[in-house]
Write a protein that binds this ligand. Sequence first.
Ligand SMILES: Nc1ncnc2c1ncn2[C@@H]1O[C@H](COP(=O)(O)OP(=O)(O)O)[C@@H](O)[C@H]1O
Ligand SMILES: [Mg+2]
Length: 367
Amino acid sequence: MNTHDGLSAIFEQYGNISRPFTHMPPEEALAIAREHYGADGDIRHLPTEKDDTFHIRCASGRGFIMKVEHPCEPREDVAFQTALLDDLKENAPDLPVPRVIRTQHDAPVLVHTDRAGQERQIRLLSYLQGVPLDHIPTSADGRRRIGAQLARLRHALAGFSHPGGDRAIIWDVRRLPDLRALLSLIEDPLHRACAQAAMTRFMDLLPDIGKLRTQILHNDFNRSNILARAHDDETLAGIIDFGDALRTAIAIDVSTAMVNQLPQDVTPDAAAFLSAPRDVLHGYVEHADLQLAEIGMLGHLLMARLLTRALITTWRAGMFSENRAYIMRHSQATWKQLAWFVERDADTISDLFVSDTSFSNRMGCKA
Ligand SMILES: Nc1ncnc2c1ncn2[C@@H]1O[C@H](COP(=O)(O)OP(=O)(O)O)[C@@H](O)[C@H]1O
Ligand SMILES: [Mg+2]
């Protein structure tokens, strides 16, 4: 396949949510909230990756999030996310996740043709009070709590299954081979060589990654999707954004939470570079087991997530050139972090967390 065909194939499979669409103005959203949910109040549009999201604050003090999906969002994906949140309400009522509010006709999803003539799937979710963790500095203890909360969520979802869970998401690192054509878009030759080396290493590991335990998982446990109680209280008050949830490897879900903790300033010293992600891991293994094969894969999965981010960022910056500076704002750090992994041989990366016997012994890990 030549580069052009390769890029077309990627767009065909993953580009739907990047297609331009007419955004819904807040007054239209509020009219729908009144008519179908009996909800009224102040409404504010929140910036999101691919949909129209609104925060509605009622005079009573109650709050809602209204998600108006991208017109191309598959029905099955929205049904899956809805079923997932309903399942958590039933089986893990203590976990602070949004509840799906029904319409006045008791439907969890409202399919609505908007004023621009686009068919939109609409959901009303309960608003969770709290401060996103990316707005406040996190302590080691706070990072352990993130890991612990992710472990609880994994346990809570262990029995959940749904046909929509097997969806293809570009952010699932197992999809990296599909993104190979994007390598040619990387302009800087050093960056391209680094990405190529990471891709080659990842391809070698793919058969082993395919053997890891899977289940339905959040898979976007980054700080913007986790809420603390207040600026000065790191107690976790909310888990939001199940937009990337799917059935994937447990180790991938853990590595996604860890990668978000890598320092922007990259240091050669492994202990310093990995200290914050390791806090998340320690909190996790206090509450959920990880097998030796999973722990040995974590370093590679961190590399894979960084490669995914670098490739998607490069792709998007090319597609939305007017927004290039915003899209690329963290990319220098991503390239440096990726190079950190590529510069070390594969065995060293496999050992990064396995040799941390303080927890692998405690868990009595077995391969
Ligand atoms: N249920 C909720 N409670 C409180 N805030 C929410 C909720 N859902 C979304 N938000 C706010 O809206 C922002 C974007 O929503 P999110 O679903 O995370 O979209 P994206 O996929 O673009 O990250 C979040 O970062 C958060 O500030
Ligand atoms: Mg989010």
